[in-house]
Design a protein around this ligand. Structure first.
Ligand code: NAG
Ligand code: NAG
Ligand code: NAG
Ligand code: NAG
Ligand code: NAG
Ligand code: NAG
Ligand code: NAG
Length: 547
């Protein structure tokens, strides 16, 4: 069912007729010079990618994108769970402003009528389009992916998405199960396709239509993998023979980990194949051979995802759009694969908050493609194991909440003003920063006055808990059940987290009511296994927090 008026707009788009934007103040439309935007959002992807130094992973197409991009090595999500993270970066506000820490409210009704990235582009004359999982579905985007505010045309969802959680995984017993590990023969699954394949096809169809559009476009493509279940074409397993898969380097729950910091990965336990392991709650552990299989399937899902990104970018080239389209690539948060005895997201560690983040800006991060030359030829991960030349890389700590002002600035739109505190009444403002200064040419960047000092940059994340010890709803507490909030800061030198009392009625954190603390030093403890919080108690912790 379409909101009134949409049918006609959609038809206009499909027929390729000149698109008339619904938008108001129209700065960029009809401007032949305006850059298009292709925003690729991956679900649950930590930076396990060749371009982030992972030697095992085959991700040649994403690595190729990185080779033409500015890559942010230290980028962090504001909350390591889908809906809160997406609403945060798509509105450019932190979870304490969107007041969404769970899945259960729509910010426009619950916190403030905040603009979104696509809404801003739409209001500036862009045709804005959503394919796959961009907003989290459900009430957190008003059951409509924030339509009609964010999108010019109805968002697209792949029809085969509905099978993701059904019994489509062939087990060793020959029967179909709702498993965690779900390598499939694509010809055998319902509809003979997978959601991310359908999303790629739809995104390419939209790009084709856009070649005859008078207005610039903003196309967001949200991929589902490597989110669980690991339902991917089974041939991708061959890239990762089990005997080559190692366990996490630190597979034990560290002695100094405060129980409130631990997430019991309940979603994984609910899958049939994991249930059959009779794991103990909350700490497990998962038998090591099954740990290897989870890692294998996550990595295989990443390579499958990489092929989808490869097909999409190769089409951008074929359609001669690579010279006037910004490509931004990121993920909503990371994912633990056994590090400190944890799985899934739902925590404040680097492993769950750190995300890939890169921007290709034509003529700026790479020379414009020469006529007849492809910038993004499709690379088959089965054929290639060579590492791609890395592009430029920025070390400063950056936050996903900065995506909004950064994309606006790169596209030449006015960067929204900084938010006042509080900002619930302000529809358009930014809590992050425009990262534009990082895109200056190299020679300018040598000037220390222009180049940011990584020591001054800080990334904030947070995670709510219903109790001080792990319990059934510790991963995803509903707002009313939140009793503790973990506020975490990451600098280039350390991660510091305090878990403090929190009132979900007044949305107030009580920093005099400290339930636990964590402090990890990046140089001596990059994996965050040695909590130094008690050792520095009584010493001068505020000194550590000072810039
Ligand atoms: C959410 O969607 C409903 C049904 O379409 C609509 O009536 C309501 O106005 C929307 N909420 C907001 C805040 O726009
Ligand atoms: C919220 O913002 C949208 C988009 O600007 C606007 O159409 C709508 O009227 C606003 N709603 C309220 C209640 O202010
Ligand atoms: C697995 O490891 C062996 C030994 O290091 C290596 O020769 C082989 O290429 C690896 N296989 C794959 C598919 O990476
Ligand atoms: C830190 O101190 C608290 C309170 O005394 C204690 O409960 C906790 O176990 C200590 N943690 C470590 C890592 O020593
Ligand atoms: C799990 O428990 C069930 C029922 O008690 C038992 O039949 C099964 O063998 C157990 N599985 C494992 C892997 O221990
Ligand atoms: C991009 O390439 C196409 C085809 O080669 C060309 O017509 C167009 O002028 C180019 N645009 C820019 C901004 O260079
Ligand atoms: C904050 O926590 C402290 C220590 O538990 C307590 O004494 C104080 O009443 C709390 N403040 C509020 C506003 O709840």
């Amino acid at each position: 069912m379409l909101p009134p008026g949409w049918g006609l707009l959609w038809l206009g788009l499909v027929l390729g007729s000149t698109y008339v934007s619904l938008g108001s103040c129209n700065l960029a439309s009809n401007s032949k010079d305006a850059l298009n935007v292709l925003l690729i959002i991956v679900d649950d992807l930590r930076p396990s990618l060749g371009c982030y130094g992972d030697k095992l992973i085959r991700s040649p197409n994403i690595d190729q994108l990185a080779s033409h991009s500015l890559l942010f090595w230290n980028a962090f999500a504001q909350q390591a769970v889908c809906a809160p993270s997406r609403v945060s970066f798509l509105t450019g506000r932190r979870p304490d402003t969107t007041r969404l820490y769970d899945f259960n409210s729509y910010w426009r009704a619950h916190a403030g009528n905040f603009s979104t990235i696509p809404q801003y582009f739409k209001e500036n004359g862009y045709v804005t389009m959503s394919v796959g999982k961009v907003f989290h579905p459900g009430i957190s985007s008003n059951h409509s992916d924030d339509s009609p505010y964010s999108w010019s045309v109805p968002p697209y969802h792949p029809s085969s998405e509905k099978y993701e959680n059904t019994k489509t995984c062939r087990g060793p017993d020959g029967e179909l199960h709702a498993n965690l590990l779900c390598p499939v023969d694509v010809a055998d699954v319902p509809e003979g396709t997978l959601p991310d394949k359908q999303s790629t096809e739809q995104a390419i169809r939209l790009l084709e239509k856009m070649t005859s559009s008078a207005s610039p476009f903003f196309l967001a493509v949200g991929y589902h993998k490597p989110h669980i279940p690991f339902r991917y074409p089974k041939e991708f397993q061959k890239l990762y023979p089990l005997e080559n898969i190692t366990l996490a380097p630190d597979p034990q729950v560290p002695a100094g980990l405060p129980p409130v910091a631990y997430n019991p990965w309940m979603d994984i336990r609910q899958r049939e194949d994991v249930k059959a392991l009779n794991l103990s709650v909350p700490y497990g552990p998962i038998p090591v051979d099954f740990q290897r299989k989870i890692r294998q399937s996550y990595f295989a899902s990443v390579s499958y995802l990489d092929t989808q990104v490869g097909h999409l970018l190769s089409s951008l080239d074929d359609l001669h759009l690579a010279n006037n389209t910004i490509v931004a690539f990121t993920s909503d948060h990371g994912w633990a694969l056994g590090e400190h005895g944890e799985w899934a997201k739902y925590s404040n560690f680097d492993i769950t908050t750190r995300v890939p983040l890169m921007f290709y800006v034509p003529g700026r991060t790479a020379p414009l493609p020469e006529a007849g030359k492809k910038l993004f030829p499709y690379i088959d991960p089965f054929d290639s194991s060579e590492l791609m030349e890395p592009g430029r890389r920025a070390e400063d700590l950056v936050e996903l909440v900065s995506l909004f002002p950064t994309l606006a600035g790169l596209a030449g739109l006015r960067v929204p003003p900084r938010c006042p505190v509080p900002s619930f009444h302000v529809e358009l403002c930014r809590e992050g920063q425009s990262l534009g200064k990082h895109f200056r040419p190299h020679d300018l960047e040598e000037d220390p006055a222009l180049h940011g000092d990584p020591r001054e940059s800080i990334a904030y994340s947070q995670y709510p808990r219903p109790a001080d010890s792990p319990q059934w709803n510790s991963d995803k507490p509903s707002l009313k059940d939140i009793k503790v909030m973990g506020y975490s800061i990451r600098t280039i030198d350390y991660r510091f987290t305090v878990w403090v009392g929190f009132s979900p009625h007044e949305f107030l954190a009580n920093f005099s009511d400290v339930h636990a603390g964590e402090l990890y030093f990046v140089d001596s403890d990059p994996l965050q296994d040695h909590n130094m919080y008690n050792d520095t108690q009584g010493e001068d912790l505020p000194r550590l927090l000072a810039p």
